[in-house]
Write a protein that binds this ligand. Structure first.
Ligand code: URA
Length: 431
């Protein structure tokens, strides 16, 4: 087999065999296929697509390009994956809730990408927490605590790591078969039995509209189910901040408040509970949605999910009194100050992509892959669509390290949020 022949076939809209796909992906992983050839194939797939069998073959070949974890546990191995958003800290709360409800959650999460935040960056803001835990510690934590959130190790779906980096710089990210294979190869390599997908839809997501989000949901569900991991997908809104905060340590504080049973922002609560209930029923831990919902409520209200989070932090290198004294272990910015809208009125819409980029401007997100982050910076008490703003209610509080950063962020924020006379309603679960 020759790589250029495989590229030509896809260029000419022909169907690839599973053997051809396996040959190509093996070559990507062992570097016998050049980056230019791998990039060319991703562009041919971007333009001409893959059918269902090809998408399954690509996903399995990428899964098998590295280690595939095997679990022998007393309950189902379950997880959630989100396609990424602004203020999305759901994983921090969901993993311990699911563990309390009887699931085992080996969550392999990512760093921030572009305007979207990453769960690993949030956890890295906790002093001592090892997101680069070795496989042995990871597996021990999942077994003993019930959940562990760590970063992607070098040998988990390495073909995806390579292809993702090439797609990022070759304009081939937004392709349904490529996104499907990329996400699922990592999830299948983690040895999952059940998965729930949180597909973000809107101006701050890869899928800008419901039609494309539904098509991606269908492909992911079909491919994962064919590959042996039972998967369901929810489509959720990403046109505004999820929860009240954006920023690494600031989002950990919001997640802790949630697990402590403090009144949450209602959209964040709805997404967290809906994902939990869907997955717990699909994994047959509960028979009905009502039963699952009651147990999710109990996991939060009893403090059991908070205790699970504490156990996970401890097992992965964090302090044993993290929950009691979070401020000892989370960084705080020098300046924390409110920013007000220029006029009174209702929040009508916001430029969520650029709001995500404000965190990059505050050095809480990356402009370069090796950049060290400032985990303390970001935004809190963030307004939502439909909120009434006045001289007492700000757009948000900016957490910055310098006056210059504060001023720049504050004036950008005033331009990115449209305030007017219409009180809009926003929906969070779209499908
Ligand atoms: N997340 C991934 O892991 N891969 C994609 O292609 C898109 C989002």
């Amino acid at each position: 087999m020759f790589p250029q022949e495989i590229i030509r076939q896809k260029r000419d809209k022909k169907t690839l065999t599973a053997d051809e796909i396996r040959f190509f992906i093996k070559g990507v992983a062992d570097a016998s296929i050049a980056d230019c050839q791998a990039s060319a194939l991703t562009m041919a797939i971007f333009l001409n697509g893959l059918n269902k069998a090809e998408t399954v073959a690509l996903t399995l070949a990428m899964r098998d390009s590295g280690d595939v974890l095997k679990w022998h546990l007393n309950g189902p191995v379950i997880d959630k994956h989100s396609t990424g958003g602004v203020g999305d800290k759901v994983s921090l709360m969901l993993a311990p809730i699911l563990a309390v409800c009887g699931g085992y959650v080996p969550m392999i999460a990512g760093k921030g990408l572009g305007h979207t935040g990453g769960t690993i960056d949030k956890l890295d803001s906790i002093k001592g927490y090892q997101t680069l835990a070795d496989n042995k510690t990871f597996q021990k934590t999942v077994k003993e605590v019930g959940c562990a959130i760590v970063g992607q190790t070098a040998n988990l779906a390495p073909a995806d790591k390579k292809l993702y980096a090439l797609r990022d710089v070759c304009g081939t990210v937004e392709s349904i078969p490529l996104i499907t294979a990329s996400i699922l190869s990592k999830k299948l390599a983690a040895g999952l039995e059940y998965l729930v997908m949180d597909l973000k839809c809107g101006k701050g997501a890869f899928m800008p509209d419901l039609k494309h989000a539904k098509a991606l949901a269908k492909t992911i569900e079909e491919t994962a189910n064919d590959a042996g991991t039972k998967t369901t997908a929810l489509i959720t809104d990403m046109n505004e901040v999820l929860g009240n905060s954006v920023g690494n340590a600031i989002e950990v504080r919001e997640a802790l408040a949630y697990l402590k049973g403090e009144t949450p922002e209602h959209r964040l609560d709805e997404v967290t509970r809906s994902l939990a209930v869907n997955l717990l029923v699909s994994a047959k831990l509960y028979k009905t949605k009502n039963e699952a919902a009651a147990n999710v409520e109990k996991a939060i209200k009893s403090g059991a999910a908070l205790e699970k989070f504490a156990q996970m932090v401890r097992a992965l290198g964090g302090a044993s009194d993290f929950i009691e004294k979070p401020e000892k272990y989370l960084p705080q910015a020098k300046i924390v100050r409110p920013v007000f809208a220029k006029k009174e009125g209702f929040v009508e819409e916001m430029d969520i992509r650029e709001i995500g980029m404000l965190l990059v401007g505050l050095k809480g997100g990356r402009t370069h892959p090796d950049q060290k982050l400032d985990y303390a910076t970001g935004l809190s008490a963030f307004c939502h669509i439909g909120d009434k703003l006045d001289a007492k209610t700000p757009l948000a509080f900016v957490h910055a390290q310098t006056e210059e950063d504060f001023t720049k962020t504050a004036s950008a924020l005033q331009k990115l949020i449209k305030v007017g006379s219409q009180k809009r309603q926003s929906k969070v679960i779209l499908s």
